[in-house]
Write a protein that binds this ligand. Structure first.
Ligand SMILES: NC(=O)c1ccc[n+]([C@@H]2O[C@H](COP(=O)([O-])OP(=O)(O)OC[C@H]3O[C@@H](n4cnc5c(N)ncnc54)[C@H](O)[C@@H]3O)[C@@H](O)[C@H]2O)c1
Length: 482
């Protein structure tokens, strides 16, 4: 199945499920056109759906099939709301399989009836008939759907092949797409804690288990080389990566390159992984002279997020994750950090998924996710990639980006204060020279000055901002102790 990269997102479901409302919202979030097939039918026939039905249901169905097929076979990839009965057509079902990620928008029958009973829809005139039709269509919807949900957020996650659910790691046998063999690659520490449970969930599909060094040490070519040599999967196999962002970055890179690319599923076990690193297909390892210098875009066939895995996460790792959560909340313009953990994970994951689907290869809006990261990477280089946790570097980087935003982009000072209160960033003792050199060698630099992401206000990032060199130097300096 996989994500809706270059594919339509098609919404199916019964009358009154909210396909038009939710579809329009999803389209907005993904930056795609929204197509309501019923409206297309009306435009094409110059009459209303109700009037076509009056002629005969067959007249309407013929027009519907023609418009649905035309839409599904056309590009650019859109968000498409199909009529409630469209899935009765074999041709439409085949086109859905070929051209779309299909999401069933679920609605209880009582609610559906409440919503449509006075709307004059041809098939919602009689309650008993309406309820019978609901029962009759239900199995068909379920058979056609790649995923189900109720809200725009559910649809966005489904479109990105992201599954969020408490206990999901115990259902991996079903949640890892396909039925073929699986190799499990786990962070060595996480393997000791959650490995047995995950192995048993994968059941007979599991053909081999491998470990990567815990944490950032996974992101080396030497670790990848060991894995390339150990793997015995064929091209139809799937690599399952269990661990934090370091593990999913490295294992995803191995999946991108092994046999010229095999499918992989990410099972993130840290807050950073669940809200950020395991979503969107960026994989990478480090080179001695810099972080993430070698990598590939390789979107997971599914990202399976189980917030229950976070129960064993040490407090400092959780704090690291909060920096990414605060970043996400600032970009989304919502205080996502105030939510309870499971909901926080879900909302942040949905935000990142939408942005990455909008811009899978980071050519435009996705760059906003680098808010604070230019400075964070410089600090990590200044720490020689050993003594400064990524999350702490991000907290400091956010502080620098927000200070510059106050000075140069009109950001209200209270936002900076709030973030400082939340993350309490303390200057880091890193090598000043190395940090400055890294800032101006940052891979996002053009013409020597780094292009920054600033914030005009929460929810309104500015990307590609160039500031005078002295201002950027000064902002970095203020983050360094001593
Ligand atoms: N690809 C992307 O889009 C992206 C985005 C953000 C960050 N990243 C990368 O992610 C990495 C940081 O990831 P991270 O913060 O998840 O750290 P990490 O993967 O280094 O893990 C941190 C530590 O937590 C331990 N751990 C993981 N899960 C655990 C659990 N459930 N219980 C107990 N211990 C557990 C690990 O063994 C490790 O020691 C960086 O390399 C960063 O560059 C990538």
């Amino acid at each position: 199945v996989g994500a809706a990269l270059g594919k339509h997102v098609a919404l199916i479901g019964f009358m009154g499920a909210g396909k038009t409302t939710v579809g329009a919202e999803v389209a907005e979030r993904l930056g795609r056109p929204f197509v309501d097939v019923d409206r297309r039918v009306e435009d094409a026939t110059g009459t209303t759906v109700a009037k076509l039905f009056q002629q005969s249901e067959a007249t309407f169905r013929a027009a519907e099939t023609a418009q649905a097929l035309r839409t599904l076979r056309s590009r650019p990839a859109a968000v498409i709301a199909l009529g409630g009965g469209a899935v009765n057509s074999d041709q439409i079902r085949a086109a859905l399989r070929q051209h779309a990620v299909t999401v069933l928008l679920e609605v209880p029958v009582d609610e559906a009836w409440r919503r449509v009973r006075r709307g004059g829809r041809p098939l919602a005139q009689d309650e008993l008939h309406f309820r019978a039709l609901y029962e009759k269509r239900r199995p068909l919807y379920e058979a056609c759907a790649d995923a189900r949900g109720r809200t725009a957020e559910d649809v966005v996650l489904a479109a990105g092949a992201v599954h969020v659910g408490h206990g999901a790691s115990e259902l991996l046998g079903e949640l890892v797409p396909g039925t073929g063999p699986v190799a499990l690659v786990a962070d060595s520490r996480v393997a000791g804690i959650h490995g047995p449970k995950v192995q048993s969930a994968l059941g007979e599909r599991l053909v081999s288990s491998h470990q990567l060094p815990a944490g950032e040490d996974a992101k080396t070519l030497a670790a990848c080389e060991r894995l390339w040599a150990e793997l015995s999967l064929e091209r139809h196999g799937t690599l399952v990566a269990l661990g934090g962002g370091a593990t999913t970055d490295a294992a995803g890179f191995v999946a991108a390159t092994y046999l010229r690319g095999i499918a992989w599923a990410a099972v993130p076990s840290t807050l950073v992984g669940q809200v950020d690193a395991a979503i969107g297909g960026k994989t990478a390892v480090n080179l001695p002279h810099g972080k993430n210098l070698l990598g590939a875009f390789h979107w997971p066939a599914r990202t399976i997020i189980d917030p229950a895995l976070l129960a064993t996460l040490p407090a400092d790792e959780r704090a690291n994750g909060m920096a990414e959560v605060v970043k996400t909340g600032l970009l989304a313009g919502q205080p996502l950090w105030e939510l309870a953990e499971a909901e926080l994970v879900r909302r942040c994951a949905a935000f990142k998924t939408a942005l990455c689907l909008r811009d899978p290869y980071e050519r435009g809006p996705r760059t906003a996710l680098n808010l604070g990261h230019t400075f964070a990477h410089a600090l990590e280089a200044g720490a020689r990639y050993v003594s400064l946790p990524h999350g702490r570097a991000v907290a400091l980087g956010l502080q620098a980006a927000l200070r510059l935003s106050v000075e140069h982009a009109g950001l209200d000072h209270s936002v900076l204060e709030q973030v400082e209160q939340l993350l309490d960033p303390q200057p880091a003792a890193v090598d000043r020279g190395l940090a400055h050199a890294a800032l101006f060698r940052d891979k996002k630099a053009t013409g020597g000055t780094p292009r920054l992401v600033l914030l005009e206000r929460p929810g309104r990032p500015l990307i590609g901002v160039e500031l005078p060199e002295a201002a950027v130097h000064g902002a970095l300096d203020a983050l360094i102790a001593g």
